[in-house]
Design a protein around this ligand. Structure first.
Ligand SMILES: [Zn+2]
Length: 214
């Protein structure tokens, strides 16, 4: 079953995605990574990236489709950071339906207090960009390179701006998912191992239904 991760910054989506990936059953759909890879051979995409412009949804979705068709027989996919809007969500679930894939959105419920605490302690690897929340750690747990505080995590305005964008653009996705009924609510206000334990057992017992309405 494919998984769509939803939640504010600091809710721990990235950490749980890493843990799922380490089980070997999943592969990550990273839009940024796919675009950077494609840009090497595609001048149109390179043009968008060079200009720092938003890549059109058509391009993004054709890349997602390509990747699922290539790797989807053996793997389930994790969507983290996409969809950001209801229109992207509807388009994504339509694509997954066309490809006859089962999926479940997981909403990471967390208090703003905990999210702010986590973002304060968050540092990012300068090489592989993975996040670390361990205040004691000096080096990245994945590639052993240096950890640094992200400029936009240091800045409260930027943190609040990202919360605002989530509630404006992405929270309506959560509401749409609730309406459709195919959702896992996850209490993400706990330590990472407790969250992972619950996430795994909830995924194991979740029954996919496209028409499962409350
Ligand atoms: Zn690293």
């Amino acid at each position: 079953m494919d998984i769509i991760l939803l939640g504010i910054q600091g809710a721990g989506k990235g950490t749980q995605a890493e843990k799922l990936l380490s089980t070997g059953n999943y592969t990550n759909i990273s839009i940024g990574e796919m675009l950077r890879e494609k840009a090497k051979s595609d001048e149109d995409i390179a043009f968008f990236l060079r200009g720092g412009k938003l890549v059109p949804d058509e391009v993004v979705f054709s890349l997602i489709k390509e990747k699922i068709e290539k790797e989807g027989k053996e793997k389930s996919f994790i969507f983290d950071g996409m969809p950001r809007t209801v229109s992207q969500y509807l388009r994504l679930t339509q694509l997954l339906a066309t490809l006859e894939r089962e999926y479940v959105p997981v909403f990471f419920e967390i208090t703003l207090e905990t999210a702010l605490e986590r973002l304060k302690g968050r540092r990012v690897c300068i090489t592989c960009h993975k996040a670390s929340y361990d205040a004691e750690a000096k080096f990245c747990g994945y590639c052993r390179n240096e950890l640094k505080v992200r400029e936009d995590d240091r800045n409260i305005d930027s943190v609040l701006q990202r919360f605002a964008v989530f509630y404006r653009d992405t929270f309506p996705v959560v509401l749409e998912v609730i309406r459709q009924g195919n959702i896992i609510f996850l209490n993400a206000d706990r330590d990472r191992d407790a969250i992972f334990f619950e996430l795994k057992s909830r995924l194991d017992t979740h029954t996919f239904s496209r028409f499962n309405v409350f």
